[in-house]
Design a protein around this ligand. Structure first.
Ligand code: ADP
Ligand code: MG
Length: 282
């Protein structure tokens, strides 16, 4: 199949929703693998102390493994904590170890604490030769609006919000959008919500349709046309250290994530280079 188009510039996408279990990690991993399998270079940054994205990508994340913690709180360069993945040579991962659980507190006393991740990513990208620079950096956030998520919002160019087609799907969304507005006003003028992904859609329930309609009425074109169905293969895959896209390529879970990734990639073609220091922009 044809490769996905390369974006007009490096896209740093923050996958955020302070609700747990809405599909942040699953979406980060599967979109990342799909983009990589279709020819784009991807870096996944696991910013959740649980390390679920690392697990799903088959990347070691036991205590002592060089991880995002070392780049955020410690004094390692990002380049020292980037690991290869078995999913694709195009896909690399910065894992999270449980040490990261302490970072919310440790970061409080760090200088420019909100900018740690942004600086780490910028330094990393600048140090890479052009042909090794990722096209996409995907950041998987923890289920809270603390300093880790704040770092991810300051580091990103765009936010992707997964919304579960379930009861209370929209609960907390206002708070998330307010936080994004605050970050835009004070810390990172470049950030905005660019995509909303409906996840765990169950066609047998009326509720799923109601939630999907409500989200589309409210967010219009921000909502990706493709909806991710509830599919047991999706939830099985991490147990094998895999994304569903590699674990069962023919499953509906896999094909829908590939479709969603293509939509994201196609939206990225129109992006014009940034004029700031972020490399790839020139
Ligand atoms: P979050 O990162 O937002 O907490 P996860 O991506 O970890 O959410 O998903 C929560 C749970 O739901 C996980 O056990 C995951 O395997 C499962 N899951 C996610 N998406 C699907 C899906 N489309 N179909 C079935 N199970 C899913
Ligand atoms: Mg998660």
């Amino acid at each position: 199949q044809d490769p996905f188009p390369r974006p007009g510039r490096i896209r740093v996408i923050t996958i955020a929703n302070q609700k747990g279990g809405v599909g942040k990690t699953t979406s980060t991993v599967n979109l990342g693998v799909a983009l990589a399998l279709y020819g784009l270079r991807v870096l996944v940054i696991d910013l959740d102390p649980q390390g679920n994205a690392s697990t799903a990508l088959g990347v070691e994340h036991s205590v002592g493994t060089p991880s995002i913690y070392d780049a955020l709180v410690g004094d390692r360069e990002m380049s020292e904590v980037v690991h290869p993945t078995s999913a694709s040579p195009n896909l690399r991962c910065v894992p999270a170890t449980i040490d990261l659980a302490g970072a919310e507190i440790e970061l409080v006393s760090v200088v420019a604490r909100e900018y740690r991740l942004r600086r780490a990513i910028e330094g990393y990208l600048q140090g890479l030769p052009e042909h090794e620079r990722p096209d996409y950096v995907l950041i998987d956030c923890p289920p809270s609006l603390g300093l880790l998520t704040l770092n991810a919002l300051v580091a990103g160019d765009e936010v992707l919000i997964p919304i579960q087609c379930e009861y209370y799907a929209l609960e907390g969304l206002g708070q998330l959008l307010n936080n994004i507005e605050l970050v835009r006003a004070h810390l990172n003028p470049g950030i905005s919500v660019r995509s909303i992904l409906l996840t765990m859609y169950d066609a047998r329930t009326k509720l799923a349709d109601q939630v999907a309609d409500e989200v589309r009425n409210h967010f219009k074109d921000l909502v990706l046309p493709t909806v991710i169905p509830r599919n047991v293969r999706v939830s099985e895959a991490p147990g094998y250290g895999q994304s569903v896209v590699t674990y069962d390529p023919g499953s509906r879970g896999s094909t829908s994530y590939v479709d969603a990734a293509r939509e994201i990639a196609e939206r990225g073609v129109a992006l014009t280079p940034l004029t700031d220091v972020r490399p790839g922009g020139a």
